[in-house]
Design a binder for this molecule. Structure first.
Ligand code: UD1
Ligand code: MG
Length: 456
């Protein structure tokens, strides 16, 4: 049986007061539209159709080929929005799931239940409903004595008695496609607004003696629709809590979930501990037995196992195993730290590889560099990698000792086993096992070779 979703996303979202189309606002790091599509995927079999209007270009650009789109211009209501999908879908699907794109908390499982309800319904449509004390803005559900749904009454036209009804229209529908398209054309135009309300389809079915079933949801939170930034924050908090719970159930310790922000899609291995005030975002993968935070930001990065990242910022970096960094270290794009690297306070690494066992304890900048195993980078070392126009590379061999406050003027190669004296400004390549000192640095001594001590 073919099940296709039509996702409504043409509305302006005026109350967001934003240049960005409402559905592209982020929740847990991904657009609301992304969340809606995720849930839809779990309950449908075909590529979804997104009805676009306001900000159409941006929405199409975001969607790429993840969905088909149809333009609704002008926007004459939710019923009119679904009509736009007729040409694409007529005779191509058995069931049509319709939902709104501004409900990022709606779960795939809930839509699955809705589809199941409709599969067992001899009538043409089933809907999602919820019981709530605060019914503001929602359509009210009128039930028949036999328990099927008679109508949805929009708040604007409800009688005082109807306004008291606590069962509400969530905004999720599953239609029998054979009935849907003709019935859409029978929706009366709303006399005050001149719009076509999808909710009128329920009355149409019931008046024709066709049963409408409802799936009553128990989680009110799932039904929050985002109309303002206040709702956006509410949804963000709820989504964040949901994500955190999932990680905890997977074996990750969160010391203080309330101050831990983990975006959708971040992966964390078992027995890793996330300390308070930590933000994990983007395409981030963290292995097992790590301690991250407190006060850390990890973005688009990969971290192996048994690392400690204390009060540090890690962006676009790769940490292997048993790394100890921070407090106050910063890794930027292209930083790759091999296992057992130690990085202390106020260090910055960008576009560089630090081989196993490198120590960089304090106040250093390493950019566009390759550093050999077990090399020690003294406090205050700088790779002077930028000449004002271009970046240049620095290559440092294994078992090198860079003295405190050394300036490494790139392009530069420092041979394995060498040393630089404190305060050297190294402008010329240094051979292996050589001590250089001064400004500019010059070789003063050949050292007893350390290279052979390194196990390769
Ligand atoms: C709708 C329901 C109401 C329900 C509520 C739940 C109708 C008539 N009413 O009201 O019963 O309780 O949602 O939140 O459906 N859209 C279009 N094109 C349009 C109009 C709307 O694509 O011409 C899209 C919007 O972008 C939005 C969705 O449809 O994603 C819902 O529209 P909205 O105006 O928010 O409907 P509500 O007044 O909230
Ligand atoms: Mg709404």
């Amino acid at each position: 049986m073919k099940v296709t979703a039509v996702l409504l996303a043409a509305g302006q979202g005026t109350r967001m007061k934003s240049k960005l189309p409402k559905v592209l606002h982020l929740v847990a790091g991904k657009p609301m539209l992304w969340h809606a599509l995720q849930s839809i995927r779990q309950s449908t079999t075909e590529k979804p159709i997104v009805v676009i209007g306001h900000g159409a270009d941006q929405v199409v650009h975001y969607l790429g080929d993840s969905a088909q789109t149809v333009l609704q211009q002008p926007q004459l209501g939710t019923g009119h929005a679904v009509m736009q999908a007729e040409s694409l879908l007529k005779d191509k699907t058995d069931l049509v799931v319709v939902c709104y794109s501004d409900m990022p908390l709606l779960r795939g499982e809930t839509l699955q239940k809705l589809v199941e309800t409709q599969k067992n319904n001899r009538g043409p449509v089933s809907i999602l409903t919820v019981m709530a004390d605060d019914s503001h803005g929602f359509g009210r559900i009128i039930r028949k004595p036999d328990g099927t749904v008679e109508a949805i009454v929009e708040e604007a036209v409800a009688t005082p008695d109807q306004l008291q009804i606590k069962e509400l229209n969530v905004g999720g529908y599953c239609f029998d496609a054979n009935w849907l398209w003709d019935a859409l054309h029978r929706i009366p135009k709303n006399p005050t607004k001149g719009e076509y309300y999808l909710t009128d389809m329920i009355g149409l079915a019931s008046q024709a003696g066709l049963p409408v079933q409802a799936t009553l949801m128990d989680d009110l939170q799932e039904t929050i629709g985002v109309n303002t930034r206040v709702h956006l924050a509410e949804v963000e908090t709820a989504m964040c809590r949901r994500i955190n719970q999932q990680h905890m159930l997977n074996g990750v310790t969160l010391i203080d979930p309330a101050s831990t922000y983990i975006e959708t899609g971040v992966q964390i291995g078992m027995d890793t501990v996330i300390m308070p005030n930590t933000y994990l975002s983007g395409k981030t993968e963290i292995g097992e037995d790590n301690v991250i935070g407190p006060n850390s930001i990890i973005q688009n990065s990969k971290i192996g196992n048994r690392c400690k990242v204390l009060a540090s910022v890690v962006e676009g970096a790769w940490l292997e195993d048993d790394i100890d960094m921070g407090p106050f270290a910063r890794l930027r794009k292209g930083a790759h730290l091999a296992s057992h690297v130690h990085m202390g306070n106020f260090g910055e690494v960008k576009d560089s590889y630090l081989a196993a066992g490198v120590k960089m304890g304090h106040f250093s900048y390493i950019g566009n560099a390759q550093i050999g195993a077990n090399t020690n980078i003294g406090a205050g070392t700088i790779t002077c990698n930028y000449d004002g126009e271009k970046k240049h590379a620095t290559e440092i061999g294994e078992n090198v000792f860079i003295g405190s406050d050394t300036m490494l003027v790139a392009p530069l190669t420092i041979g394995a086993g060498s040393r630089t004296g404190a305060g050297s400004v190294v402008t010329k390549n240094v051979a292996e096992d050589t001590l250089v000192v001064g400004v500019p640095a010059r070789a003063i001594k050949k050292l007893e070779s350390k290279i052979k001590k390194v196990s390769r």
